[in-house]
Each structure stands twice: as structure tokens, then as C-alpha cells.
Design a protein around this ligand. Structure first.
Ligand code: NCD
Length: 325
């Protein structure tokens, strides 16, 4: 029985399908004037972020509030981490408040799994170093399916700094699990050795980009680079930037944000109707509501009842009928 969401590997295809169905039902709530259901009333969600974030932290906060949870945000900066408190002590301190969930982001791969050992709260990995970012992958699946229909057989090219990208790792697994054909592409210095074992093909040039249905561009993760991986950003852009010449009119464009305009993407494609970047951000709220619901409230009693551990899919409940608060 699973209580946490640490990796896409925690999820079978049917678990992903269930979460996407839940997200659809929460999209209906998001369309209402009062965007709130009582599901997590009286329960506490702590957002513990040790690394910069705009989209992930705000959307988890909004998601938890729309489920009526009480939300506390703790960032490394300004907390006792600045005074030298260890991660373990910080987690045990916050666990004394008996939170239902801790949403955790860290610059270190594997840190979310450690946190899960130190708390009785459900732990949701909001990005651990270059390892994984499972809720990003789930919201990407959701966004693409809403725009383009069934995912089976779609050709997805993930382009750029795959080496330092937790989004790439989670998305290779997630798109693969949903039956997509995944190709990663970038300069050899930015493609991790053995990445094929996650279930993708590797290309080192954009020559065959035309075969992709979806182009998923990644940011250069300078904060994780020790040393120089490309001769210059200008040269990188010349070979790998997705621009109006390279993006065909039949192709969709995705990017997890934040975008470095003029590096991995040219302005004309960011603002084109083929870009799903804003929709990805929008989906972040309903997909994170679905993940919180699935972990914390997905028991047999339905919305507001049960304290289920649902991500391993031991129940196959239908999406909830969200009720206004
Ligand atoms: C990504 C991340 O932090 O891993 N951003 C996000 O969560 N939307 C990707 C990135 O920082 O490039």
C-alpha cells in the first residue's frame, strides 16, 4: 500500500488514468465562481520548498486551498535551515503539527524518499534534484490529452538539457506508460548515458524533428551544471532552439516553464497557438488537486471521507462528485 508520490514509477497506467479522471472532475469545479470543495477541511498541507519555484508551489497551494485544506508554506530561505537545522530535524519539527501531507522540493536527488521515512504525513515529490518531478509529468499528460485526445501512439520529442532535468525523467516514464513513443534529443553532453533504459530513443540532432507530434522543450538547468556543457548559448540555440522554422504547423509545443526566451525557444513559437505552455500551468491546479485527493481522501467513503492510500490503485473508484463548500 502506497502513501506517497515520489516517482512516476509508483504509478501503474490505471493509477495514472484514475488521477487524470479525477483532474477532469476538478476542472468542472475550477470553472465555477466558487472554486472550492470541502474534501480536506480541517487537514493541513505543508509546502516545504528548498529550491526556487513559481508554478509548482503556487499551484499546490491553490490546489490544497480549493480542497479546503489549511496550507502552510515553508521555504529554506528565512527558516531555521538558514541557521543550520538539518533536513531531518526540519521534517520532524513540521511533522509535530500532524500534517496530512508534505509537498517537498529539494535540489538533491532522492531527498523526497528520505523525507518519507521521517514523517507519517503523505509525501509528494515536487522535484528532487535531477531525479523526478512526477506531478509535472501528470499535468503534462492531462494537458496533452485534453488538447489532442488519446495519448496512445503519439510521438513525443523531449529536446534540450535532458541530463539535468527531473521533468525529462518523469516524462519519459509517464509518456511511455501511456503508450507514447518518446525520443530525447540534445547535444551528447546533455544526454545521460543509458537513458534508453527508461524507454526512449536518443537523437543528437533535430534533423528528424518533423516526425514528432509533440515537441517538449526543456530549460538549460544552469543551477545544476558544474562546468560548461555547451560551447556557448548562442551555439546551442543555433543547433537546438525550437523556432518557427523548426516547429511544423501540425506539431504541438510544450515546456514546463520557466522559459528562457531566445535560448531553448524563440519568441514566435512561445506565443503561437501550437504552444500549450499556459494550459500546462492551468492544469497544474486540477492535477495537483487530484493527487492530493487520491492520496488523502480517496477512501471508500468518497469526498471528505476515508483516509486512503490510493496511488497504488487498490481501489478503482470513480472520480468524485465535487460538492460546493
Ligand atoms: C521545472 C522544475 O523545477 O523542475 N519547472 C517546473 O516545476 N515547472 C523545470 C525547470 O525548472 O526548468
Amino acid at each position: 500500500m502506497r502513501r506517497h508520490l515520489l516517482s512516476i514509477d509508483d504509478l501503474r497506467r490505471e493509477d495514472i488514468e484514475r488521477i487524470l479522471r479525477l483532474a477532469e472532475s476538478f476542472a468542472e469545479v475550477a470553472g465555477r465562481e466558487i472554486k472550492k470543495v470541502p474534501t480536506l477541511r480541517g487537514r493541513t498541507v505543508i509546502n516545504l520548498f528548498y529550491e526556487a519555484s513559481t508554478r509548482t508551489s503556487s499551484s499546490f497551494g491553490i490546489a490544497a486551498k480549493r480542497l479546503s485544506a489549511d496550507v502552510e508554506n515553508v521555504t529554506a530561505q528565512g527558516s531555521s535551515v538558514d541557521k543550520g537545522e538539518s533536513l531531518k530535524d526540519t521534517v520532524q519539527t513540521l511533522s509535530a503539527y500532524d500534517p496530512a501531507a508534505i509537498v517537498f522540493r529539494s535540489p538533491h536527488a532522492g531527498a523526497a524518499a528520505l523525507v518519507a521515512r521521517w514523517t507519517s504525513a503523505a509525501v509528494i515529490n515536487a522535484g528532487d534534484g535531477k531525479h523526478e518531478h512526477p506531478t509535472q509529468a501528470l499535468l503534462d499528460l492531462y494537458t496533452l490529452r485534453r488538447r489532442a485526445g488519446p495519448l496512445e501512439g503519439r510521438k513525443v520529442w523531449i529536446v534540450g538539457d535532458v541530463l539535468h532535468s527531473r521533468v525529462a525523467r518523469s516524462n519519459i516514464l509517464a509518456f511511455g506508460r501511456m503508450g507514447c513513443q518518446v525520443t530525447v534529443c540534445g547535444p551528447p553532453t546533455l544526454i545521460p548515458r543509458g537513458v534508453e533504459s527508461l524507454g526512449c530513443e536518443v537523437r543528437y540532432s533535430l534533423d528528424d524533428l518533423g516526425e514528432a507530434d509533440v515537441v517538449y522543450a526543456l530549460r538549460m538547468q544552469h543551477e545544476r551544471m558544474k562546468g560548461s556543457f555547451v560551447p556557448s548559448l548562442r551555439e546551442y540555440a543555433a543547433c537546438y532552439q525550437i523556432d518557427g522554422r523548426r516547429l511544423g504547423s501540425h506539431q504541438l509545443l510544450m515546456h514546463p516553464g520557466p522559459v528562457n526566451r531566445g535560448v531553448e525557444l524563440a519568441a514566435e513559437v512561445i506565443d503561437s497557438p501550437q504552444a500549450l505552455i499556459t494550459q500546462q500551468v492551468e492544469s497544474g491546479v486540477v492535477v495537483r488537486m487530484a493527487v492530493l485527493y487520491d492520496l488523502l481522501a480517496g477512501g471508500p467513503a468518497g469526498p471528505g471521507g476515508g483516509h486512503g492510500a490510493r496511488l497504488s490503485g487498490e481501489h478503482s473508484g470513480e472520480a468524485p462528485e465535487p460538492q460546493p463548500a
